[in-house]
Structures are given as structure tokens and as C-alpha cells.
Design a protein around this ligand. Structure first.
Ligand code: KG4
Ligand code: ZN
Length: 343
């Protein structure tokens, strides 16, 4: 007789997306519901933590309901509950964790804590038929620009990071400077289509540095000065026309992509790896995907990059919980969140 199918309910609420997904043991995503709060945060040009927590509270149960309905799975059929508990905004994480704990306790199911960053890397594995690890991993999102050594046993060791802003944060801040929409990544990508990426030769910070580190704060200031002027300079820049915005967006995007691709190449060479996996919201960027693909082809390495909807925050990527369950890593009901940024 066939074994009954096993189902994982995964919950994600670390920042401003309320998300739930149902994933089978063999990694089929039966549903992946994401309720974005962009409309609530866009007028502030960034996520307002208190607003995010309140919105999670309102949305978490309907989102879980939708995920189960779309999957055609009932609460009784679930095998385990997974939840992202770190890193993220403390109030936001707590809403997801409380929902997950309540379900685990009332249904008497194992509760599994997932790290949001390992989820971003695991999203790459989910779309592959063969194991991709060991690999060099890049997580490039609103909160992180980190390089990892990813082992076959799903251990992720940090080998490089930004010393200031994350790449996604730079996209968001530069979009705000240029008067573009929030979140900045997709808005800059769109504006850049009409621009000249060579118009402004911005500095590629640390690109030639032997250390695996990033810095995007100086680039953001460089764009600010070209767009709105330098308070110390006598001459003010020309008016910020649509053409100039497009050139600034294209030049900024080109700079970030050059640095990210260059640093991945450096990490692959340093550790002599032949697989690169890339996750996080910025990995949805079309130019970055194209350049990484070209680099991988030329270098003869395997590039694993999740489809765009698995790069931005979602709950399906918490399916790494199946692995934790197999290892017996079941959380107690006094599980707490760990908001801290560095893993
Ligand atoms: O992974 P994510 O959804 O949330 C965090 O964990 O931070 O990443 C969000 C970030 C935002 O900064 C957003 O501007 C950026 O990903 N992003 C993009 C694109 N889509 C989202 N950046 C560049 N190009 C995109 N197409
Ligand atoms: Zn994320």
C-alpha cells in the first residue's frame, strides 16, 4: 500500500510579507501565498516595524487558510509546522511564531524553527533535481549581502558580508533619492531600461579587494550627489529629468551587479567551488541574473538561482524544515525569535 503523502505547513513573517505555504516531502510546492504590505509602507519609503506587526496580525490566519485551501490539504493531514524565527523584525517574527506554536500545540505536531537566510539559499535547491551543495551561496536582499560556504549537510558558514548597507537596501534608498517607487529594486530595474549604464562611472567598492566584503553606502552617497547635489560643492547638478533618472538608475544597477558578480567569482576561485547558488530579493533582478548566467557559462560552473517569486520573501523556502525534522531538530514550545541581523 502507498504511504500517505506528508505535508509541511510553513509560515514566514520576518519582515513585511505575511506568507504561508504547503510543501510535500518531495519538495512539491502545493501553495505559496504571499500577502505583501508594500501598499502600507510605500509612502514611508521603507518598512515601518509597528505597521508591519499589526498587518501580520490581521493577515496571518487568512493567509494560512488560503495556503491550506489552495493546496487542498486539511489541518489534520499536516505532518509538521515550520516557521522562520530569525533574523528579522522582532514584532513581525513573533506573529508568525505565535501562529505556528498555536497550531503545533493544538494539532500535536512537531514545530520546526527555520533561519530565513538558510531558506533563501535552500530555495535554490528546491528547483533542482540533484543536490547542489557544496556550493558558494550569495544571499542578496534588503537586509543582507552575505556570501556563504554551503555544505552538503545544509550547514551555512558566513565567509563574506557587507560592512554597511545591504544591496537591496541600497536599491531602496537610491530609488527614494531618484523619486522612484518603493520597493526600489523593481523600480530601478524598470527605470534603468531607458538609461545608459555607462553614463556615471560609479566606484566599484572592494571589487579588487582580496577580502570577501561589500560596501554600498558610498555608492548610495555618490548617486545622491549626482542626483541632488553635494552640499560642499559650488556647482549644483543639472535638473533631475526623466533621462537623467534613467541614466543614474542604469549606472547604479550596473555598478551593484558588477560588484556582486565579481565577488561571487572571487569566492568561487578562493574556495575552488564549481556551484554557485544565489537567493534573496535582489536575485530577482534581471540584469544580475543575466550577468551571473554569463559568468557561470564562461567559468564552467553550475549556477543555481531560484525563480524570481522564490527569491523574494516567501514561505515555501522554509521547506528546509524537512531536513531539520529528519535530523530530529524539533523546537520546544518555549521557542523564541532571534531578530539579530547576523547569523
Ligand atoms: O529577500 P527580500 O524579499 O526581503 C528581505 O529579506 O530583505 O528582499 C527585498 C529586497 C528589497 O530591497 C527590494 O528592493 C529588492 O529585494 N528587490 C530587487 C528586485 N526585486 C526585489 N532588487 C533589485 N531588482 C529587483 N528586481
Ligand atoms: Zn528575505
Amino acid at each position: 500500500m502507498n504511504q500517505p503523502e506528508e505535508y509541511l505547513l510553513a509560515i514566514e513573517s520576518s519582515c513585511d510579507e505575511t506568507a504561508a505555504a504547503v510543501i510535500t516531502r518531495d519538495m512539491r510546492i502545493l501553495s505559496n501565498i504571499v500577502s505583501s504590505q508594500v501598499d502600507l509602507h510605500e509612502k514611508f519609503g521603507g518598512v515601518v516595524p509597528e505597521i508591519a506587526s499589526r498587518a501580520h496580525l490581521e493577515r496571518i490566519l487568512p493567509v494560512i487558510d488560503d495556503a491550506l485551501k489552495e493546496a487542498g490539504v486539511s489541518l489534520k493531514q499536516l505532518t509538521a509546522i515550520a516557521v522562520a524565527t530569525e533574523p528579522g523584525l522582532v514584532g513581525s517574527l513573533l506573529i508568525g511564531l505565535t501562529a505556528a506554536k498555536t497550531l503545533a500545540m493544538t494539532l500535536d505536531l512537531p514545530l520546526i524553527a527555520v533561519n530565513h537566510i538558510e531558506g533563501h539559499l535552500f530555495a535554490c535547491q528546491m528547483q533542482e533535481t540533484h543536490p547542489i551543495f557544496p556550493a558558494i551561496g550569495l544571499v542578496v536582499s534588503g537586509g543582507h549581502t552575505n556570501l556563504y560556504h554551503c555544505s552538503e549537510s545544509f550547514e551555512f558558514d558566513l565567509i563574506g558580508a557587507t560592512i554597511d548597507d545591504a544591496a537591496g537596501e541600497a536599491f531602496d534608498k537610491v530609488a527614494k533619492i531618484l523619486g522612484l517607487a518603493y520597493p526600489g529594486g523593481p523600480a530601478i530595474q524598470k527605470a534603468a531600461l531607458q538609461g545608459n549604464p555607462k553614463a556615471f562611472p560609479f566606484p566599484r567598492t572592494f571589487l579588487k579587494d582580496p577580502e570577501l566584503r561589500f560596501s554600498f553606502s558610498g555608492l548610495k552617497t555618490a548617486v545622491l550627489y549626482k542626483a541632488l547635489g553635494n552640499p560642499g560643492a559650488k556647482k549644483q547638478p543639472p535638473a533631475l529629468t526623466e533621462d537623467r533618472i534613467a541614466d543614474l538608475a542604469a549606472s547604479f544597477q550596473e555598478t551593484v551587479v558588477d560588484v556582486l558578480v565579481g565577488k561571487c567569482q572571487q569566492a568561487l576561485q578562493k574556495y575552488n567551488y564549481s556551484t554557485l547558488c544565489v537567493g534573496g530579493g535582489v536575485a530577482a533582478n534581471a540584469l544580475l541574473r543575466e550577468r551571473l548566467t554569463n559568468m557561470a557559462r564562461q567559468a564552467g560552473i553550475h549556477l543555481s538561482i531560484a525563480p524570481p517569486d522564490l527569491c523574494t520573501d516567501n514561505a515555501a523556502m522554509a521547506a528546509i524544515a524537512w531536513h531539520h525534522l529528519d535530523q530530529g531538530r524539533i523546537a520546544a514550545l518555549d521557542l523564541d525569535v532571534t531578530p539579530g541581523l547576523v547569523r
